[in-house]
Design a protein around this ligand. Structure first.
Ligand code: PAF
Length: 278
């Protein structure tokens, strides 16, 4: 694997390839990221990963300063997964001057759910991903379904700017008990880690209620919020939405159930797609 730190180094490493396939990450890699890298290997003639902790997508009170930076271990894991090229720019390389031009996503999609609780988050994500796509110029970019709303926002960005890249979804990887793999799982204490599975189990219970024909979606959401709160969580939202655009669903729409909740000091998110409503 070639490790590149600057845009010219990256471009030189990719010269001559016709179909780079790209996975953007903030590092602290787990098996979920590595599954995306393996997908990139299958979809492109060269696989490229980036590691960059993007200041623009963190609110002042969030964990930008403490976000785990584990470059050496990440390189070993990428190498083992068969990644060909890593782009790991320093902040001065990606943002040599203050990034005053930003990509402003559609508020209908980006100011709800995650965007409501993390204002500006998707502007930061879109801006860095646009810049990464401009540096790497991939034909395929793979983003995990674990960040379902991010996947939809980035798909819409690629479509509306006619970016010459195909956005492909990667499946969520889960631990044996069902907890979605996430870099932030590393913040959990042993007791919290045991409890954390309740988030995916609550999403499962919401999906089961829909599948069993329950029509009052607001009641299902309220029950889920109350169930987590009773166990000591602080849920931001537990929401049943239309899978295509995260708007309130109409009968017959494919649904997704999304949740975000804080366990101790750690904020976890997860989602589950429900292909058809009964
Ligand atoms: O999903 C992430 O890790 C980040 O939001 C991304 C896409 C790498 C942009 O910084």
């Amino acid at each position: 694997m070639q490790i590149t730190r600057t845009i010219p180094e990256l471009r030189a490493a990719l010269a001559g390839y016709l179909r780079p396939a790209f996975v953007a990450t903030m590092g602290n890699l787990h098996d979920g990221h590595l599954a995306l890298v393996r997908q990139a290997r299958a979809l492109g003639d060269v696989s490229v990963a980036s590691i960059f902790v993007n200041r623009l997508q963190f609110l002042p009170h969030e964990d930008f300063a403490t976000y785990p930076r584990t470059l050496e271990a990440d390189c070993a894991r990428l190498q083992a997964a068969g990644c060909n090229v890593l782009f790991a720019p320093a902040e001065e390389v990606l943002y040599p001057e203050p990034q005053t031009f930003k990509v402003l996503p559609d508020p209908a999609l980006a100011d709800i759910l995650e965007g409501q609780f993390r204002p500006g988050f998707f502007t930061g994500v879109c801006t860095v991903v646009m810049k990464m796509l401009s540096c790497v110029q991939p034909r395929v970019a793979i983003f995990g379904r674990k960040d379902y709303q991010q996947l939809l926002v980035l798909r819409q960005m690629a479509r509306q700017f006619a970016l010459p890249v195909e956005v492909v979804a990667g499946e969520t990887q889960r631990a044996g008990d069902g907890l979605a793999l996430s870099s932030r799982n590393g913040y959990l204490s042993t007791e919290e880690r045991a409890e954390a599975v309740q988030l995916s189990q609550t999403l499962q219970a919401m999906a089961a209620a829909v599948r069993s024909g329950e029509r009052n979606l607001a009641a299902i959401e309220t029950r889920a919020m109350e169930a987590l709160t009773a166990r000591g969580w602080k849920p931001d939202y537990m929401a049943l939405r239309r899978a295509a655009d995260l708007q309130p669903p109409k009968p017959g729409d494919a649904l997704v159930v999304l949740g975000a909740a804080r366990l101790g000091n750690t904020r976890l998110i997860d989602n589950l797609e429900i292909p058809t409503t009964p």
